[in-house]
Design a protein around this ligand. Structure first.
Ligand SMILES: [Zn+2]
Length: 461
């Protein structure tokens, strides 16, 4: 008997089950609903005959709790495997299904479900005015958009054979060819980065400090910062003067310029509000803000999707740039980007337009130091959106979303003043990398992406 019990404990020990606290956190952050967007089943409610409750949900592991399990990731520590980050709340049916069919439900898809489910629950709890109105007036359309988005993700993963190439070449061959191109372009882009950094037209406004490459910086939180009374008072004054102007938004503030030559690049930050950063800048030479951007394009729609800055903007009013916004560090409330910088880009786009995008591990990442306005910008170069996703961006971003047809891109890029300096550099690097994210070589008017990047460099830098 004694021995049997020990065996049982040992066996149990090998599974990294979630502690109760994590299960509760997973369930509550999605309002106790199944996170599969085409399900959304309520998983918690009353017993109909006793005062007890009924739970029909499970905290499912994104990567398995024990070796040999579904989507097991041996690189995680036991603690990481038991953490909130590795879980997703599902109904019993979908909890079972995602484990039985991991090919259809890979890690990336489950993470995307989790992000969307949490966002939807957040909108419901916090009653963000526009979204609630939206929901009341056009629930069907919202569903459609989500469907479109999931369709887009399934396409990006090549799941279910939906996305086969129309060419005579086999799907796999074409894919491998393309990946080879991008890899060789990644190593060849260094000289272009040097040209950008030393160009008098661009290099005094920004420096490309990392990449483009397949890794991203380490962001390290140094917690909140104790501010002097005078700074706090100044920040309150700013909030009072600009109550609607994002002044209370949480940001990641960098107090000292990082050592850009560190590999990997490590950036320490403190959690502060935008107003506190503005107040602190009165006092200090340097207070950087971490931001995240993504270059969106539609291969099928044959266009680049960019945003035009408002004419009231402090910097570069009316200029074109890539979509994105400030990174909201973990520990600063319901919108926080707990899983990192990629989530910041994804969240910004989802909040503004409800278009869901997915940034794959293959998407090149570049870090730019916008030294004169003290932004540290991480950008992901090349997310291919479906025409449906592009349409949902347009509906929600209204007049500020601009589509630049591939055939018109050269003329637009030769007019450098139409862009923010970073937006212009993002597009140039994307072209120089052979337009990563696309499924086959794109033509820009008569030019290949390499031809186009060369002529832009010759005429502009
Ligand atoms: Zn479900």
């Amino acid at each position: 008997m004694g021995l049997g019990r020990t065996e049982e404990v040992k066996k149990k020990d090998r599974r990294d089950d979630f502690p109760n606290k994590v299960k509760q956190q997973l369930a509550k952050r999605v309002g106790h609903k199944c996170s599969n967007p085409s399900c959304g089943q309520a998983t918690s409610g009353p017993s109909l005959s006793t005062p007890e409750t009924v739970n029909m949900g499970v905290a499912a592991h994104i990567t398995a709790a024990s070796p040999g399990g579904t989507r097991y990731d041996s690189s995680l520590t036991s603690k990481q495997r038991r953490s909130y980050d590795n879980g997703i709340w599902l109904c019993k049916y979908h909890g079972d299904l995602v484990d039985k069919d991991p090919a259809t439900y890979p890690v990336e898809l489950l993470r995307a479900w989790k992000t969307v489910a949490e966002h939807k629950a957040g909108v419901e709890v916090h009653r963000l005015p526009q979204s609630v109105e939206d929901e009341a007036s056009e629930p069907e359309q919202r569903e459609d958009r989500l469907e479109n988005w999931l369709g887009g993700i399934i396409k990006q993963f090549g799941l279910g054979g939906i996305d086969s190439f129309p060419s005579k070449r086999g799907k796999q061959t074409a894919k491998r060819l393309f990946e080879m191109d991008t890899t060789s372009a990644l190593s060849g882009v260094e000289s272009i980065v040097n040209l950008i950094n030393s160009s008098p037209k661009v290099g005094n406004k920004l420096q490309v400090v990392m990449g483009p490459g397949r890794c991203e910086p380490n962001f390290v939180s140094d917690g909140r910062l104790q501010l002097a009374e005078s700074i706090r008072r100044c920040a309150k004054e700013i909030v009072k003067q600009f109550p609607d102007n994002y002044s209370n938004d949480p940001c990641a503030a960098v107090l000292y310029p990082p050592n850009w030559s560190d590999v990997p690049l490590t950036i320490h930050y403190h959690n502060l509000s935008y107003a506190e950063i503005l107040a602190l800048r009165e006092d200090r030479e340097y207070v950087g803000i971490i931001t995240a951007n993504v270059l969106l394009f539609s291969e099928d729609g044959k266009c680049l999707l960019v945003h035009r800055r408002s004419h009231q903007s402090a910097h570069y009013s009316g200029a074109l740039h890539t979509f994105g916004g400030a990174f909201i560090p973990p520990g600063s409330g319901p919108r926080e980007d707990h899983s990192g910088i990629r989530r910041a880009a994804l969240r910004e786009i989802f909040e503004e337009s409800e278009a869901g995008i997915y940034i794959s591990n293959q998407t090149p990442c570049v870090v730019i130091d916008e030294k004169h306005i003290q932004f540290i910008q991480t950008a992901f170069l090349g997310v291919n959106v479906s025409p449906d996703q592009a349409d949902s961006l347009k509906r929600n971003w209204e007049g500020d979303q601009i589509r630049i047809g591939f055939a018109q891109l050269k003329d637009k890029m030769l007019d450098m003043d139409a862009w923010t300096p970073t937006g212009w550099v993002h597009v140039l690097l994307w072209l120089a990398l052979n337009a990563p994210g696309s499924r086959r070589p794109i033509r820009f008017g008569g030019d290949s992406s390499a031809d186009l990047s060369r002529s832009i460099i010759i005429q502009c830098l």
